[in-house]
Design a binder for this molecule. Structure first.
Ligand code: GAP
Length: 454
């Protein structure tokens, strides 16, 4: 098991403003969390790293940002209305409700009773009324995955970008699932974010691409700081596959509560495009579940040998919240400094750190020093490296400890030497080594550019 416990992370998250329970002042809303001042930065940085690797660094992937509210027909033809459920069981004694597949030894996790109902399917989608008339006929859903809009917008993206196979569409956004038992902090929640790629390939090339994406995604997680030995690749048994998948790998991570799924990489075949397509009988589909008299489009693309084909889809789908939990678990370190002293350091990769640089005055409320701090901050912001924080607490030791705890890679201290001597210089302190280097103020932009730009 990892050295980091969930209690340590939950405590740090609240204390330093990463993650708070939603509606805390009213007793909370179960399975829903809010990201605080530092959490929003960390989450944005993780999403930016994903977007950069998927969309900017490649030439075969386009982006999309589709709506959360979803037309009922989309989730009917995708198969989610029929099959997107978990088995639920009730305890007759304490009236608790649980996921049947999470029950151990046939005992209620709440009271230990063995008097449990037979499992029955519970659909996880949030249904909502759309429009002013609440008569049950005009409803939609909050999307349970971001993927469906990528499929329904497939033709528009292909037509507007002239793409050929293979190519992908990437999207980051909120998804909602009415989990029976949300648990383990932000690991299993009812409102969460996904970063999903649907990568469209020629039928027959799907298995090759499935392997390629598995390797690419493991490498990406390593670049976010996760050690390979803390990850496991789980091949989903055929009987446990989602209704749309022919095969699936899970990248699992050693979370504080155990080795669990961080990202799924599924081979969705032509299932989704096939189900959303009209005139299915003309399309040579290998897999679909519904006849579709409602769709107005054939979701296909011209192959190199001038035939219309419904592509197969490889889907790497990561949970952003689980990603945040994983990188924090990996980065959390308690160091013994000797002499009874210790420190907590969040050894995040620098591109993920919520605050990149803290500018700290040696003396609180000293006008000259503060003016220099402001000037340095403004100049550093121009580098576009992310958040530069300005402190005015007057306690250097405390400021260093605080920034160690939230993962700030560099602290710049402005002291009397800075303003009294020429050339002006500051102390730059490294989070991990705690080494301090004197750097001329004029050289700071270059110093930081070299440090942050990889
Ligand atoms: N489009 C495919 C799809 O949604 P999934 O395995 O159900 O597949 C993908 O979800 C990822 O979304 C998971 O690997 C996980 O990281 C994240 N995820 C799923 N349910 C979640 C929940 N209730 N809370 C937090 N993250 C969740």
């Amino acid at each position: 098991m990892p050295a980091t416990s969930m209690d340590q992370l939950v405590s740090l998250c609240k204390r330093r403003g990463f993650i708070f329970q939603n509606a805390d002042i009213y007793g909370g809303l179960q399975g829903v969390y809010d990201y605080g001042p530092l959490g929003v930065e960390l989450k944005n940085n993780l999403k930016a790293a994903w977007w950069r690797s998927m969309v900017y660094e490649r030439d075969d992937i386009e982006g999309l940002d589709a709506a959360i509210l979803t037309n009922q027909k989309v989730l009917h033809y995708s198969g989610h209305e029929d099959t997107f459920s978990d088995p639920m069981t009730d305890c007759r004694k304490c009236k608790g409700r649980f996921r049947a597949d999470h029950i151990k030894d046939g005992k209620c996790p709440n009271c230990g009773s063995t008097d449990l109902t037979e499992p029955r399917p519970f659909n996880l989608m949030f249904k909502t009324n759309i429009g002013p008339v609440d008569d049950g006929s005009s409803f939609g859903y909050l999307r349970p995955e971001t993927a469906q809009a990528i499929f329904t917008q497939f033709k528009n993206v292909v037509d507007s970008t002239s793409r050929k196979l293979p190519f992908g569409i990437a999207q980051i956004g909120k998804s909602f699932r009415n989990e029976i038992t949300p648990r383990n902090f932000i690991f299993r929640v009812r409102e969460f974010e996904q970063a999903e790629l649907e990568y469209f390939v020629m039928p027959g090339e799907d298995e090759k691409w499935h392997e390629i994406w598995k390797e690419a995604r493991i490498k990406w997680w390593e670049e976010q700081g996760l050690k390979r030995e803390h990850m496991n690749i789980y091949t989903t048994p055929k009987d446990d596959l989602a209704h749309y998948a022919k095969a699936c790998y899970d990248i699992e991570y050693q979370f504080p509560h155990g080795m669990e799924e961080l990202e799924g990489i599924a081979n969705r075949t032509d299932y989704d495009l096939g189900n959303h397509t009209k005139a299915q009988e003309e399309m040579n589909l290998t897999s679909h579940c519904h006849k579709n008299p409602d769709s107005t489009q054939k979701l296909c693309i011209m192959s190199d040998d001038n035939k219309w084909v419904v592509p197969f889809v490889i889907e790497p789908s990561m949970g952003v919240d689980r990603g945040v939990l994983a990188v924090m678990t990996e980065a959390y370190t308690e160091e013994d400094l000797g002499g009874g002293n210790s420190r907590v350091v969040l050894k995040l990769k620098k591109h993920l750190a919520p605050i990149k640089v803290a500018v700290i005055p040696l003396k609180k409320n000293n006008e000259q020093i503060m003016a220099k701090c402001h000037e340095i901050k403004q100049n550093l912001l121009k580098l576009g490296i992310g958040r530069v924080a300005l402190e005015n607490t007057g306690n250097i030791g405390k400021a260093y400890r605080r920034h160690d705890e939230v993962g700030t890679p560099l602290c710049i201290t402005v002291d009397f030497e800075t303003i009294e001597n020429q050339p002006e210089s500051v102390t730059v302190r490294d989070r991990d080594t705690m080494e301090q280097t004197r750097v001329n103020v004029a050289d700071l932009p270059n110093y930081l550019r070299n440090y942050f730009v990889e």
